[in-house]
Ligand binder design. Structure first.
Ligand code: GLN
Length: 538
């Protein structure tokens, strides 16, 4: 228990997409490796209550926590770096803030006062910013503010940070500002003016940043650091260089070299005695960078134009690949472009195929064609959520002869609804946060590939779906060779299906990718990569 939590706020300037999430996660990793208990939270300035209703094209993948929150994909980075689960409290949006304030207003909690952005919205922001600190579980709380300083919608957040900085002792609350130093090739020069301007913009809101992390394509020399320090009111050691790196997993080591963690600890008046223990991290990096094998895995999905839509899956392959000392080359394949006729051309060169999660019927026929091809050609297959549902449909149609088999999500009138809506979902009409979400237990049959991977019979995995394997067909599937090898012990819903007579054919109703981290690669991904290596060698 700690009663004096320290707050670090991370803001962004100059442009979006500078990687605040990775910088926050890297700093958190270093502080954790020095023995501090750390958590990270993200405040997003959009009005959606959560990103669950956002199209993946808009915002990338929707990440799901153990407690069933649909969150920003940065929470995935936090978990992958820290190996600690996050929760609903770790992601807050403007929509959620307003929703609480408006609910309170309707309850009459403001006693006739005019409800305003300041103080009511900012008070609610501050309350939520301190929630994880107040829990007593953490010594350090890093808060990433989404958006870019200067955005109209970020203003209440910056104001809340200003107030917290005023309320708390200077050593209990610091601000890290992440900016960009653009490189002008013709002048061979890194330019500091945009950084100066974005710090000025923060100052206009009354916030003096304590540390500047500067993204740059070229090293930032001492003179530039000094110049930035002088014009932005910080010490030269508080100007941190953040170069582009081959992988996001290099960033913690780069920040260690730049002493970001030490600088932060000294500002927070915390001891930096213990050097960070990064042995297991370095071990991961070594395996990741020195692969002995290489495989090509196809990721079949309909959001492939934006790889961020499948962020956690891509990262799970990095973790599993490092574990198997294997370079996994992911090939994103648009499901709408696959047919029975061209499947050989599209997939024949691959060592494994993953059919991705998704919603709606666009691209479903291509997914079915992909499953048919890899099932028949005994290419390792891994189906996740809709990918699992697809392999069930394909098997029903092409092995069991139920030609019209489908999911009622795609065809409500099918005579053979092998995938059907869960009964408790049928009454629900609202869209946000109403799916089956979060962690549920799965019991695994011993004689299965899943058991070989997990080496245990009881696991919990995260969910995000409305439809399910229809238990009425279990016996018919098993009679033809597709087995239910994982079930939810309470509801008896199917969690895992497998074909035994195949090197690796596993479909899971849950999302294993959300639980894969650098230090704990997911066993099903590890076994899938292993199967792909064996396939490529055969
Ligand atoms: N659309 C399917 C369902 O709702 C699968 C969801 C998913 O892949 N996450 O059940």
């Amino acid at each position: 228990m700690t009663h004096n939590p320290k707050y670090i706020f991370v803001t962004g300037g100059v442009t979006s997409s500078l990687g605040k999430g990775i910088i926050s996660a890297s700093l958190a990793k270093l502080l954790q490796a020095r023995g501090y208990t750390v958590t990270i939270q993200k405040f997003d300035p959009y009005i959606n209550v959560d990103p669950g209703t956002l199209n993946p094209y808009e915002h990338g993948e929707c990440y799901v926590t153990e407690d069933g929150a649909e969150t920003d994909l940065d929470l995935g980075h936090y978990e992958r770096f820290l190996n600690v689960a996050t929760s609903q409290a770790n992601n807050v949006t403007t929509g959620r803030i307003y929703q609480s304030v408006i609910d309170k207003e309707r309850e009459g909690a403001y006693l006739g006062k005019t409800v305003q952005v300041i103080p009511h919205i900012t008070d609610e922001i501050k309350r939520r910013m301190k929630l994880l600190g107040d829990s007593g579980q953490y010594e350090i709380i890093i808060t990433e503010l989404g958006g870019t300083v200067g955005d109209i919608e970020s203003l209440p957040y910056i104001e809340a940070v200003r107030q917290l900085k005023w309320e708390l002792k200077p050593e209990d609350c610091i601000v890290i500002h992440l900016t960009l130093l653009p490189y002008l090739a013709t002048a061979h020069e890194l330019k500091t003016k945009p950084t100066q301007h974005s710090v000025k913009m923060l100052l206009e809101s009354g916030v003096q940043p304590d540390v500047l992390v500067c993204r740059a394509e070229h090293p930032i020399n001492k003179d530039i650091k000094k110049k930035i320090a002088l014009f932005c009111n910080v010490t030269p050691s508080s100007v941190i260089e953040a170069l582009d790196l081959p992988t996001i997993y290099d960033v913690p080591m780069a920040m260690l070299k730049e002493k970001l963690d030490k600088t932060v600890l000294s500002k927070l008046k915390l001891s930096a005695k213990n050097e960070p223990d990064m042995d297991s991290w370095l071990n991961f990096l070594t395996r990741h960078k020195n692969p002995k094998h290489e495989v090509k895995i196809g990721l079949v999905g309909k959001y492939v134009e934006l790889p961020d839509a499948y962020k956690s899956i891509a990262e799970a392959f990095v973790h599993a690949g490092a574990n198997r000392e294997c370079k996994v080359r992911l090939e994103y394949i648009h499901s709408e472009l696959i047919t029975d006729e061209n499947a050989h051309h599209k997939l024949g060169h691959l060592d494994g195929v993953l059919v991705a999660p998704g919603f709606g019927d666009r691209g479903i026929d291509g997914k079915i064609a992909a499953v048919k091809f890899v099932r028949e050609h005994k290419i390792p297959f891994f189906g996740i959520c809709l990918g699992m549902q697809t392999c069930v449909i394909e098997f029903a149609r092409n092995v069991m002869g139920l030609k019209d088999a489908h999911s009622t999500e795609m065809n409500a009138k099918t005579k053979n609804p092998v995938i059907d809506m869960m009964p408790d979902q049928k009454k629900i009409t609202a869209k946000g946060g109403t799916m089956r979400l979060g962690a549920y237990t799965c019991e695994i049959t011993k004689d299965s590939k899943a058991y070989k991977a997990y080496e245990k019979t009881r696991v919990t995995e995260r969910h995000r779906h409305r439809y399910e394997f229809n238990g009425k067909y279990t016996k018919d599937f098993e009679a033809k060779g597709m087995y239910v090898t994982g079930v939810n012990p309470d509801t008896k819903l199917a969690e895992i299906v497998e074909i035994k007579d195949h090197p690796y054919f596993v479909g899971v109703q849950f999302h294993p990718e959300y639980k894969s981290t650098v230090l704990t690669p997911h066993p099903l991904f590890v076994k899938f990569v292993k199967a792909a290596i064996e396939y490529s060698n055969s």
